[in-house]
Design a protein around this ligand. Structure first.
Ligand code: FAD
Length: 468
């Protein structure tokens, strides 16, 4: 009897423990992707980008004699139908760690188990399972550096090869059409601009990693902080949908380190930040939904997502060039440089005294590399409310940060059209993407700061002192 292979954030063929084991059984395999309640609940850009990934995987599966069956609806109901239609004896998937997906998976497991259908979840999304890393007293880690040290000498094993063929069933169950799902709905800006900046699929992800190791890893430790140059791997977009495995990236980092590449160790440590984020989210799911440290519940953050300040922030019209360039970059491309994420996060939660949740949710709607663990940890870290957080009183100055990390002004020119005689394509892409209701144009004057950098800092620090 066939095995249903339920694919979610593991949209690849290589280094896929579930696929390797499934092929070894010799049973016919039916790969399935569900547009279920979890996909439904995702933000617009992540869902749009997910659709591109599903399309790419479907093509790759056809090349090895298989297919991707698409169904839309509640996960348990869809899987029950498929079991009935195909006579499958088992449903297998790769493990997920965010609370929503975990709740869904638990329900599916219970429902199918009760009917005598075998269910199994596999490793593959992480280097080390969250509960396999423990402190000396048997607890979990709340701080990155000790976590990193605890995993430093662990061997995640070698990546597995992609299967040459997947055994097919005698007949395929019906599949819906991806086009009919309109996964770009909710993208007020349409998908065309963002799609220009996407690099999709397993082969492209592998090329990206190889190019990064060949050309950029050497200078990574310094170049990674500069939003005006291409200094990082850009792999987050691929890692989040599992188009490449974290183990493949980690192994490449170790090999580069062995070969003497300067920045390789730093790159390895950034990959471990992702592990740490999952470790923490697994042990404390509240990371995603509320202040990790409850004392922050008393802090007078504005929770109005449509306040004039939050609106100016989202639209890139705060009058702070670093912030505005970054907020335009995210809207047009679905990406934002890490340094810029820190600046816009600090500015929102400190200068604008606005709750990190509002930034978190906007990112979750805009990012093509949206990752439930990394996004939540990033926001709680920058806001100061997380377990291992930058202290709240560390307020980044967006003006001096811009002078330091965009010394020639290339980043701000790339995104801010106002005042430029012939703005570059990137800045025009943002204007093309921005909804008409925002009323933006290249001809309008660039705004004065809505909050002065010094005054905003002082106000935030006063509120912080008053909290205690
Ligand atoms: P590289 O520098 O090439 O790093 C390689 C990989 O390491 C990344 O792809 C990522 O998987 C991991 N990594 C690097 N830095 C971090 C970090 N600080 N935390 C966790 N993992 C890291 N990352 C996401 O993948 N998705 C998100 O939704 C996300 N939201 C963020 C929100 C905020 C407020 C902040 C401050 C950071 C966020 N990050 C997020 C982390 C980081 O900004 C991105 O992973 C990074 O910019 C991606 O670019 P890259 O792939 O070129 O990274």
């Amino acid at each position: 009897a066939p095995i249903l292979i339920w694919l979610r954030r593991d949209l690849r063929l290589a280094d896929h423990p579930l696929l390797t084991e499934a092929v070894e059984t010799g049973a016919p395999l039916i790969p399935v992707f569900l547009h279920d309640e979890v996909v439904e609940g995702q933000g617009a850009a992540p869902r749009f980008r997910l659709g591109l990934s599903v399309e790419s995987l479907a093509r790759d599966l056809e090349r090895i004699g298989s297919k991707l069956v698409l169904r839309r609806g509640g996960a348990l109901g869809c899987l029950r139908d498929l079991v009935r239609e195909t006579g499958a004896r088992a449903v297998w998937w790769s493990r997920a760690y965010d609370p929503e997906a975990r709740a869904r998976d638990a329900e599916v497991m219970k429902g199918l188990d009760a009917e005598g259908i075998e269910t199994r979840d596999f490793e593959g999304h992480l280097l080390f399972e969250p509960e396999s890393v423990e402190t000396k007293t048997g607890g979990y880690y709340k701080v990155y550096t000790p976590y990193m040290k605890a995993t430093r000498d662990r061997d995640p094993g070698e990546p597995l090869p992609a299967p040459a063929r997947l055994p097919a069933p005698e007949s395929w169950p019906e599949s819906e059409r991806l086009e009919d799902w309109d996964m770009g709905r909710g993208m007020n800006r349409g998908g065309a601009v963002v799609a220009k900046y996407c690099v999709v699929g397993e082969r492209a992800a592998r090329d990206r990693l190889d190019r990064f190791i060949a050309q950029r890893v050497e200078d990574y430790a310094i170049a990674r902080d500069r939003p005006d140059i291409e200094g990082t791997s850009d792999l987050s977009e691929n890692l989040t949908y599992g188009e490449i495995s974290i183990r493949t990236c980690y192994r490449a980092a170790l090999a580069a380190r062995e070969a003497g590449a300067e920045g390789a160790e730093h790159f390895r440590k950034e990959l471990v930040w992702r592990e740490f984020a999952y470790h923490l989210l697994h042990h404390t799911p509240r990371l995603i939904s509320r202040n990790w440290r409850a004392e922050w519940d008393r802090f007078p953050w504005s929770e109005d997502a449509n306040s004039p300040e939050a609106t100016a922030w989202k639209r890139g019209r705060t009058g702070m060039r670093f912030v505005d360039a970054a907020m335009r970059e995210i809207y047009a491309t679905g990406r934002m440089h890490n340094r810029a994420r820190m600046i816009v996060g600090s500015y929102l939660t400190k200068h604008l005294m606005t709750h990190w949740k509002i930034g978190h949710d906007w990112f979750a709607d805009c990012l093509i590399d949206w990752d439930p663990a990394n996004n939540a940890l990033g926001w709680q870290w920058i806001a100061g409310s997380g377990p291992d957080a930058a202290p709240y009183f560390r307020v980044y100055n967006p003006e001096s940060q811009l002078a330091k990390f965009d010394p020639d002004g290339a980043y701000q020119r790339a995104w801010i059209a106002e005042g430029q005689e012939s703005p570059p394509e990137t800045a025009l892409d943002f204007l093309a993407a921005a909804p008409r209701s925002w009323g933006l144009s290249a001809e309008m004057p660039y705004p004065d700061p809505i909050v002065d950098a010094g005054e905003g800092r002082a106000r935030a620090l006063d509120a912080y002192r008053a909290r205690d």
